[in-house]
Design a protein around this ligand. Sequence first.
Ligand code: PLP
Length: 386
Amino acid sequence: MKDQHILAKRLIPISLPSMGLEEWEALKEPIFSGWITQGPKVGEFEKLFAKRHNVKHALAVSNCTTALHLALVVLGIKQGDEVIVPAFTWVSTANAVEYCGATPVFCDVNIETFNIDIEQLKKKITSKTKAIIPVHLFGLCSDMDNVKAAAPGIPIVEDGACAAGSGYKGKPAGGLGDIGCFSFHPRKSITTGEGGMLTTNNDLLAEKLNMLRNHGASVSEEQRHHGPKPYILPDFNMVGYNYRMTDLQGALGIVQIKKLDAFIDERQKWADFYTNEFNSINWLRTPIVPKNFKHGWQSYVLIIDEKKSPMKRNNMMEYLQQQGISTRPGTHAVHMLEFYSKTYQIQPSDYPGAYSANEYSMSIPLHNKMKEEDFHYVVEQIKSIQ
Ligand SMILES: Cc1ncc(COP(=O)(O)O)c(C=O)c1O
């Protein structure tokens, strides 16, 4: 009886940032030094991020959406250009294309991996295709060798919003295309509140991205303040943006990036636990991890087979919410959102993989603040659905 009372009061959020005293301590230095805009903490975070992701350059920005925007700006994407994006992703993958006045061309996803469908990608390439944005959704890398083979010579921007620490054929995300973009939103495995990172091995792109994130200034504020003539403003030879990360966020990032691998290992352990437990349920499809892929487990996303399941997906989410378990659809089918469906006259059925993922996916809690009993409780509650 007592146990039941405790269970009824349990509330497991879909995600929680894993922060504590170390992050709290790390904030002291920028607060007391007074240097809180982009400065030494951001610089140190970038170095650690670049090292972990085995890339030459990492440039911190305000979030992954601004990272995607800058990636397209630096590649010269403009009106009349087409950029291929998966139809099942967060809306900002497509929005970044719109910011440039270019046309997002949707490509269906493979319902097994939730990532871009290679066969359809080949058919979507035209003479106007100026970039492709494969998304490493939920922390599983897109099949990058085949993306590249489908589009020789076309620049590739990895949307690795969910993929810090993920890997593909032994290589980390972020160095698999021309530019990588990451997010540190609190639903990601490491967080700085809001925040993003650009990665590249190309020196020229890095140099331009560095300026573009800071209004197009030829030197950073830190360089100017510590230089011989801090009172002289720099020159601006391009139209840039203020997409900088703050040093408060940088300080958090330094602590978080050091925990990334431990976070992923723990998530891997519990993802395996879920998969083992759920494999016996014939109306659930557990996430697939192809050989040679290292999943980052930003999210653990199930597919509900409504032909066999005792409840429809939305009723199941409602039921689990009542049991104190937060769930969400994996993400959304962007071609079904009003702006995109109206602007480009797209029907839901035009992208059947994305449509199914939109209707039948269910993300369940998997994060580093969960306790062993939370994972057992989630399994117990899902198994009890009949
Ligand atoms: C696939 C994908 N791309 C881009 C973004 C945007 O990231 P941010 O919130 O940092 O702008 C997200 C955020 O959830 C995402 O999941």
